[in-house]
Design a protein around this ligand. Sequence first.
Ligand SMILES: Cc1ncc(COP(=O)(O)O)c(C=O)c1O
Length: 381
Amino acid sequence: MVAQRVRDIEISGIRRMFEAAPPGAVNLGLGEPDFEPPAIVIRALVSAVHHKMNHYGPSAGLTALREKIADRYRAIDPDVGRENVIITAGGSEGLMACALALYDPGDEVLVPDPGFVLYAPHARIAGATPVAYSLAEEKGFLPDLDELERRVTPSTRAIVVNSPSNPTGGVFPKSVVERLLAFADRHDLTVVSDEVYDEMVYEGHHVSFAGKGDRAVVVNSFSKMFAMTGWRLGFLVAPRALAVEINKVHYHLVACPSTPAQAAVLAGLGALHEATAAMRTEFQARRELIVRELNVMPGMRCVPPAGAFYAFPRFTWPVTAYAAAGDLLKRGLITTPGDAFGRLGARHLRLSFAASRPDLRRGLGILQEYAAEMHGRRSRA
Ligand SMILES: Cc1ncc(COP(=O)(O)O)c(C=O)c1O
């Protein structure tokens, strides 16, 4: 028999849909840019492999890469140095390392609802209890500070935040970041800030939690910014003393991050700005397309996402989100049911517009037909 913590893990709604999909289905389910890493990065990977960079490296990552990441954050906080940085096996491992380093059994952890599928299971795996706080559509997908005050208890250890958000696309303005930090100060909480979409903002601008007091751990990733989800490389920036502790767990999770992947990213960091600018321009155009199309579908309404690359429309059809996503899957379209992200995701679907324009058009065609049928059913009911 396996351990209780494993029995408690549910397969994420995203993966479930992906794995049940018929061949040839349009995939608007996964957050996977349809771009490739910049040519310089690919060349550098090949060169690294040919030049014997195939061995273990330091567990916190290559010093030169940590230094470069620290540079990126020095504009926000001049005191950030490589000691604050750990190179991880993607944002996923960074988040898990934070959970294991920070949460004790009996602790409570505030997690967003709707929120990314890893936060609550990570808290549970660490023996802690996730406590949901709302990001309601009516409130612009922003947290309600009064509600947070009601949810916090003496057992609360941390709050997980995610701006730009998966799945809502919400982006926290500076005033919200400041209020959340003041809230964390008041209750002595660590802020685990998942900023993997920081380069993908279409309205307003990204405000990092980095360097604002010694409260926040920022988790980030090369997956989306370099379109290299399969390379499994990310990083986190933490207060120095905490970085030492997180690194202990990180060592036990991965020993060290991939050496050739780090060498390649290091060589390509100069191309980052250009690569993300090109993706952002394309995603912005797809965002206009998908929001426009969704908002003319019967029984569907979509708030334009300010960041990330997901549309999170709400529907009024007489079905649950799981049933709707299941029906769409049979018709050849992979989406993610909103309730995979929490209670407030009910009656929402999440559609990734990181997929190519032809895929997007095909997917929207399938959804349009389904919406018309479901809406007719509702009118007759
Ligand atoms: C909000 C958020 N955080 C973290 C991740 C993890 O990404 P990775 O492990 O590929 O860096 C994802 C991936 O979809 C995400 O959407």
